[in-house]
Design a protein around this ligand. Structure first.
Ligand SMILES: Nc1ncnc2c1ncn2[C@@H]1O[C@H](COP(=O)(O)OP(=O)(O)O)[C@@H](O)[C@H]1O
Ligand SMILES: [Mg+2]
Length: 301
């Protein structure tokens, strides 16, 4: 399938262009198109990773469908024939990477759940044995499983970097009832997602959810349990004390680290081999996690 850089290349005018998604504001709905752009160190690369947008989109939808009995989600349809004009006219190029969703009143919180020690959690643990205010046992190593998954929220900033916040700040921001709901459902979704992943030989180390209010109900929005919002590790290569390989931009980041590039635009040109290997990582983890649903998404790759 042709890689997509921007919906502008189809003659469309997105209202918002994120690092990965183009969004069209349709009043009480959004059309969200996941492109094949990829960023590293917060800089969007000039090169595309073919099928990446489709993998992110179909994986997120597969999880949302799986959890539909647990929590409502924002999805209206992923069938491009059912999109309004002019989008239905681009069904072939938008299919697989696009969803029509209900617009939510977004909670200004990123609901992060960590089941293993990695990334900023590992850094924080090494300093004072806590992660976002959770005290943890002594002697844990990088990539060790935590005694219990922990809820470690952060702010959702429109500009700049998100900031970790204690649970009490979530209560101040959105009230005690919504705070408890978001925490409990995030932990529940993490556990369910981690169990499904592990049954397929994959560790879900940590992940991030976003929620909003739609029709008065707390609703799952954005993307869920994708390699962009989560750390997935192959279980058979999990050796605490070492950084496990992960199904994300690691190949790209490792390549960029070998260059003399200051992580400021413009980005360097990427070798075809790095782009191909990165693309393979994304389709690989989708294949591993959702082999049974493959008839739903294989048509788009
Ligand atoms: N149903 C929805 N209602 C309102 N906002 C949404 C909904 N689904 C996703 N979003 C928002 O749309 C944006 C998706 O674009 P993305 O490129 O992922 O941006 P970001 O750089 O913020 O991650 C996110 O800001 C997300 O919070
Ligand atoms: Mg996003």
């Amino acid at each position: 399938m042709t890689a997509l850089r921007s919906t502008r290349d189809l003659g469309l005018q997105p209202g918002y262009e994120g690092k990965v998604r183009d969004m069209f504001d349709l009043g009480d709905r959004f059309l969200i198109v996941t492109t094949d752009r990829i960023s590293a160190f917060d800089v969007i690369m000039n090169d595309l990773v073919p099928d990446r947008g489709t993998v992110l989109n179909v994986m997120s939808l597969a999880w949302m469908n799986r959890f539909a009995d647990l929590i409502p989600n924002h999805m209206i349809t992923a069938d491009p024939q059912e999109f309004p004009e002019p989008f239905s006219g681009h069904a072939r190029l938008l299919g697989g990477r696009s969803v029509l969703v209900k617009k939510a009143e977004r909670f200004p919180v990123e609901c992060i759940v960590r089941g293993y020690l990695a990334g900023s959690g590992w850094k924080s643990y090494q300093k004072d044995r806590t992660v976002c205010g959770h005290e943890l046992p002594a002697g844990l190593r990088l990539a060790d499983q935590l005694p219990e998954p922990i809820f470690t929220p952060s702010t959702k900033e429109d500009e700049g970097h998100d900031e970790n916040i204690p649970y009490e700040t979530v209560v101040e921001l959105i009230g005690p009832e919504h705070a408890a709901t978001l925490r409990d459902i995030s932990l529940r979704l993490y556990r369910e997602g981690a169990a499904h992943a592990l049954a397929h030989g994959v560790i879900l180390a940590d992940t991030k959810f976003e929620f909003g209010i739609i029709d008065g109900q707390v609703t799952l929005i954005d993307e869920i349990l994708t390699p962009d919002s989560s750390r997935f590790w192959p279980a058979d290569r999990h050796h605490p004390g070492q950084e496990p390989p992960s199904w994300d931009k690691q190949i790209l980041r490792n390549h960029l680290e070998t260059l003399d590039w200051d992580h400021e635009p413009p980005p360097p040109e990427l070798p075809a081999e790095i782009l191909e290997r990165t693309a393979l990582r994304y389709t690989e983890v989708l294949n591993i996690l959702f082999p049974d649903e493959s008839e739903n998404w294989r048509q788009y790759l």
